[in-house]
Structures are given as structure tokens and as C-alpha cells.
Design a protein around this ligand. Structure first.
Ligand code: SF4
Ligand code: SF4
Length: 120
């Protein structure tokens, strides 16, 4: 079955599903940490004996937001399975869009305001 992606932004213009405040949001399985190799130490942390992606500023620490409005996964090739399973345009994706798009937009506004602030 083909997923209907009408009305769904490109992932690199969205980033909603990379946002969360829950430390156990992004589970990292054994297969994931193996794939990440030495990067696993940098991007993950343990809670109650299980491994998760480390969060920062309300989103996954591996998410890189750029001033021109892109949301990039800095470990895309090594991202955990939980991120691979979420299909763009699926019900889960649409749920994330509905509940978290405003967080992604707010983070971009914040970044832009930091970038335009005079230094000194
Ligand atoms: S919420 Fe959907 S469209 Fe947005 S980044 Fe995630 S999968 Fe892509
Ligand atoms: S690993 Fe990449 S795709 Fe997964 S939540 Fe983090 S930034 Fe998003």
C-alpha cells in the first residue's frame, strides 16, 4: 500500500518527530548502538538501564536546525531503527505533525533570533 503524503512537508523542512522532552522518547537498541559505533557514546545516554538518544533543547541532540529552515539528522546513515520505522505520511507521522510542528517552528524562530542578535 502506498502512503498518502499529500499535505505532508519534506522531512528536512519539518523535524517534528525529532522533538520531545521525554528522556525515554528515542530508544536505542543493541543493533543501533552497533551501527553508531564510537558515535554512540556521544549521542546516547542511559535511563533506568536502557539506552536512548540524548535530548537537547527539547529535541534529539543529533538534530541540526539551520537558519534557512532545514531540519537535518546529523547521523542520518546511523540513525536508530525507531527513526527508520516512522514513515513520512503515516498516521504516526501525521500525529507528530499535529502535536509538535509548533515546537519545530519555535526552535527555528529562536535560532534565527540568536543569529541576528548583534555580537558583543
Ligand atoms: S513528522 Fe513526518 S514529515 Fe515530519 S520529519 Fe517526521 S516523518 Fe518527516
Ligand atoms: S536520530 Fe536523527 S532522525 Fe532520529 S530523532 Fe535524532 S535527529 Fe531525528
Amino acid at each position: 500500500m502506498t502512503i498518502d503524503t499529500r499535505g505532508v512537508p519534506e522531512c528536512t523542512r519539518c523535524g517534528a518527530c525529532c522533538f520531545s522532552d521525554a528522556p525515554d522518547y528515542l530508544a536505542v537498541l543493541g543493533v543501533d548502538s552497533e551501527r553508531m559505533g564510537r558515535d554512540a557514546e556521544r549521542w546516547t545516554e542511559s535511563h533506568n538501564g536502557r539506552l536512548y538518544m540524548r535530548l537537547q533543547d527539547g529535541h534529539c541532540g543529533a538534530l541540526q536546525i539551520t537558519g534557512d529552515g532545514r531540519y537535518l539528522c546529523s547521523i542520518y546513515e546511523k540513525r536508530p531503527d525507531v527513526c527508520r520505522w516512522l514513515e513520512r505520511g503515516s498516521g504516526h507521522c501525521r500525529g507528530e505533525l499535529k502535536t509538535k510542528s509548533d515546537r519545530a517552528r519555535a526552535a527555528l524562530v529562536q535560532l534565527r533570533s540568536r543569529e541576528t542578535k548583534p555580537q558583543g
